[in-house]
Design a protein around this ligand. Structure first.
Ligand code: PMM
Length: 272
């Protein structure tokens, strides 16, 4: 009997008209909720609800509009007993989502986009995903200069961890994310994945968000549909799980779940 792999699967619920990977498909609340329930049926351990696209070049959404998109979806999904994370850089959205039942704040800016985020995280006591980030999506592609990408991502995240802890956030509530595709060029993403142990130096759980990103699309024919990135995503999920990550954030939960089942069987074979 194969052992279950402990890595958690976070299913993406984008309530946006313009996300790069699934923009517009789940844009009204009912469609987003139905999609979230499908992802749970497919084996998601938790859902990440976001109302602002962070695709390269994206403009910001108005704060009220982000709230309007996110809060009803979080409330309904959390009300059904599902573990919900809110994908936001804004403290006001984070707070409203936590009040609606979110248990995790997923901030792609690790607190850099909104100085009020750290005190909100400290005050609510929820878990917090701090992702490596160097600037907003409209300019992040120009910020991908590194001498040693793995060490610099680790060191820049260490600075964020110190700032968050200084603001009163409990260290054991932090999860780190290398921020694949955010101010990272193709090969830099592979280097971060290949050297996850460098990020693990900080002794905190790691979340990997590779799902459907450009660096996976680059492995496929030019005319490949977005969904064709799901197979490479599932393989990255299994390899990340083998590297010991806490979680993977994916659009296609079913494929990642199957890939993790294969890894579990593989690992049980090694132990036999
Ligand atoms: N990527 C996107 C959005 N949010 N959050 C975390 N923690 N890590 C990521 O890599 C990440 C994220 C990119 O956009 P998508 O919602 O279309 O996947």
């Amino acid at each position: 009997m194969a052992d279950a792999v402990p890595t958690l699967v976070m299913g993406v619920v984008n309530v946006t008209p313009d996300s790069f990977s699934d923009g517009g498909r789940w844009f009204d609340a009912d469609a987003a909720i139905a999609h979230g329930l499908e992802l749970v049926a497919d084996g998601a351990d938790m859902l990440d609800v976001g109302g602002e696209s962070t695709r390269p070049g994206a403009a910001r959404v108005e704060p009220d509009e982000e709230l309007r998109r996110v809060v009803p979806v979080v409330r309904e999904l959390a009300g059904r007993g599902i573990r919900v994370s809110v994908d936001t850089m804004r403290s006001a959205t984070a707070l409203a989502a936590v009040e609606a039942g979110a248990e995790i704040i997923n901030d792609v800016s690790a607190g850099l986009a909104d100085a009020a985020m750290a005190p909100i995280v400290a005050g609510t006591g929820v878990h917090y995903v701090a992702m490596h980030w160097r600037g907003h999506s409209d300019r992040m592609d120009s910020l991908a200069e590194y001498a040693d990408v793995a060490a610099e991502v680790r060191d820049e995240l260490a600075v964020r961890v110190d700032a968050l802890v200084a603001a009163g956030v409990a260290r054991e509530r932090l999860i780190l994310d290398p921020g694949l595709g955010f101010a990272k060029r193709g090969a830099q993403n592979w280097e971060l994945l290949g050297r996850l142990d460098v990020l693990a130096d900080l002794g905190l759980p790691i979340l990997v968000g590779a799902s459907r990103k450009r660096f996976l699309g680059a492995l496929l024919p030019d005319d490949a549909a977005m969904e064709e990135r799901d197979l490479p995503t599932a393989v990255v999920s299994a390899l990340s799980a083998q590297a010991g990550v806490w979680g993977v954030r994916v659009h296609d939960v079913r494929g990642t779940r199957r890939a993790l089942d294969v890894l579990g069987a593989w690992q049980s074979g090694r132990r036999a």
